[in-house]
Design a protein around this ligand. Sequence first.
Ligand code: ADP
Ligand code: MG
Length: 230
Amino acid sequence: LERNATLAEKMAASGRLVRTMGHEIRNPLTNINLALDQLEAELVDDSFSLYTDIIKRNVNRVNGLITDLLNSLKPTEVRRTFYPVHQLLDETIDLAKDRAHLKKVTVVKQYEKTECDLNLDKSLVSIALLNIIINAIEAMSEDIGTLTIGTEITDTYCLTFIEDNGVGIKEEELQHLFEPYFTTKQDGMGLGLAATLNILQSHGATVDVESEVGIGTKFTIRFPRNENLN
Ligand code: ADP
Ligand code: MG
């Protein structure tokens, strides 16, 4: 949980950096556009329009990229309702059942006897949990994989864990796990866990990861209960 705090700070800091850079790039782009308009107005014929069009198109493209980048940094909008956590887990596991089936993964549920209603955006949290579950399935070898999903519920929190007996994560990789674009997969995007952390943190939840190479990995998510979050 200690590591988690520093990670959140790091993410926030890199977000600020990207935002600043986005605005810094946009200012000279605006100047290029203004100069270009001026140039077009002063040119007597359109013999250079081939070139000015290329410049315009590319300026617009960079502008669009920056808009996407800045939008991706906006905090996720969450629409909460009270929803039973075991039902949400069941539904999420169901979304991954084809992948689990293909790899012949055994799914074990270790739910607490009592259900726990959490005030959350169920589609967002489902995506967050699904990202963790898909990674777990991808980390396990065919036939011998076991995915254990369980809960521990107290008066103050509802804890959900997702455990696999897959390849595990190297110590030096653990600290980069939630960074955008961090991936060790040939065809990976490295965006799953970055989105997951964003979603869970906007629900006031914390995420902890324990892993041992060759043994497996356990993600633990702790949701606060009965909390009046915005
Ligand atoms: P991607 O799955 O596209 O690589 P993610 O953000 O989902 O991106 O995961 C980032 C990296 O974290 C993965 O490439 C992998 O190295 C590591 N990882 C995540 N979950 C596990 C797991 N359960 N077992 C082993 N490695 C994992
Ligand atoms: Mg992934």
